[in-house]
Design a protein around this ligand. Structure first.
Ligand SMILES: *Cc1c(COP(=O)(O)O)cnc(C)c1O
Length: 367
């Protein structure tokens, strides 16, 4: 069993992906070729935003969004410590300060009730993460941002692309949405890739320029930028994967609901999805005790698992001295207990049954 079954996905899409990649090899426009524009149009239509800007990775999407917002050294960005490092390293790379807010214990997403107390005159952005595929409380976050003079909001939608929230897609819910096409994300390519979404013309233009070394036209550098383009070949792969993406989202929803039911019957607590939100189940995550022993027991039966994430970022050596490592006890608790199970659109129900049975058995044995 694979943690993320990319082989079955490729088998289902092989003809289309192979053809699309071959076309790129034939026309030879490896950088900013026609597939880049084609994908940006398709993704903007899918997300329902005016602009989509493809970039080299999800990390680059976050970095470019904050550069477009003119983040300066000393500025503060409110975010969660319970996320992948990219969310926070991009803030620090720009000389800004991550201000950590604790999480909701049931969803593991940022706790909106604790955001307002952290806003200062230096708050330049709020950066929620839609963790495990579940959209954060974006309505609550947007309302707070609006109350404080329109603080820009960047949704880290690396795990949630495809999710629907109040009739709109994740990524289209704030000033900027940033997503990743890392192979194992809900919509992935065969290498690195990412995208930014916005309805703001000026920010979109800024992001487009920053992506190519701050050029407004060739060799005219109007601002400081990066080498942040997404390869034409990777855009071709995502175009191929989009053909089946609606089906995959449907399948993920079915498998997610089925996992919730089976795990509930087995008495294993699952990361909750609030009724007013939606998840694409980038990860199927449960709360357990004696996690390392459980992982070993499952691995012995050929069932891979993962931990997202074992240490909150405000306790990591790179960041602990910049913030308050002891201020987010719920993130600490979640980091000690979360365990992610195999999940992808091609997971079979038989394999899913086997995962839940093996987990339930191991939990009972360790009790
Ligand atoms: C994967 C991920 C990123 C970074 O994406 P890359 O494409 O790997 O750079 C950022 N934030 C979150 C929450 C992620 O899961």
């Amino acid at each position: 069993m694979q943690f993320t079954d990319l082989k079955s996905q490729y088998a289902a899409l092989k003809t289309s992906i192979d053809e699309r990649m071959q076309r790129v090899l034939d026309h030879g426009q490896y950088i900013m070729g026609p597939e880049v524009k084609e994908l940006e149009a398709a993704l903007a239509a899918f997300a329902g935003t005016k602009h989509c800007i493809t970039v080299a990775s999800g990390t680059e999407a976050l970095l470019i969004a904050m550069m477009a917002l003119d983040l300066q050294p000393g500025d503060e960005v409110i975010t969660t410590p319970f996320t992948f490092a990219a969310t926070v390293e991009t803030i620090v790379l720009l000389g800004a300060k991550p201000v950590f807010v604790d999480i909701e214990p049931d969803t593991c997403n940022i706790d909106v009730a604790q955001i307002e107390a952290k806003i200062t005159s230096r708050t330049k952005a709020i950066l929620p993460v839609s963790l495990y595929g579940q959209v954060a409380d974006m309505a609550g976050i947007n309302a707070i941002a609006a109350r404080h003079g329109g603080i820009p909001v960047i949704e880290d939608a690396a795990q949630s692309f495809g999710a629907v929230y109040q009739g709109q897609r994740s990524g289209a819910l704030s000033t900027f949405g940033a997503t990743s096409f890392f192979p194992s994300k809900p919509l992935g390519c065969y290498g690195d890739g990412g995208a930014l979404f916005t309805d703001d013309d000026a920010l979109a233009q800024a992001a487009r320029e920053i992506r190519v070394h701050g050029q407004s036209q060739r060799y005219r550098h109007t601002r400081v930028g990066v080498g942040g383009r997404m390869d034409t070949l990777q855009c071709a792969v995502v175009l191929g994967k989009l053909e089946r993406f609606d089906w995959e989202l449907q399948r993920r929803a079915e498998l997610g609901a089925r996992y919730q039911r089976l795990l509930g019957e087995a008495g294993i607590p699952v990361v909750a999805v609030r009724p007013d939100r939606n998840s694409v189940w980038a990860q199927m995550t449960v709360f357990v005790e004696r996690r390392a022993e459980l992982q070993a027991a499952l691995q012995a039966q050929g069932i891979p698992t993962a931990v997202h994430y074992p240490i909150p970022l405000n306790r990591q050596p790179a960041y602990a001295h910049r913030c308050c490592p002891d201020c987010t006890p719920r993130a600490d608790e979640a980091a000690a207990r979360v365990l992610s199970l195999p999940m992808s659109a091609d997971l079979t129900e038989a394999d899913q049954d086997r995962v839940v049975a093996a987990l339930a058995e191991a939990v009972t044995a360790l009790r």
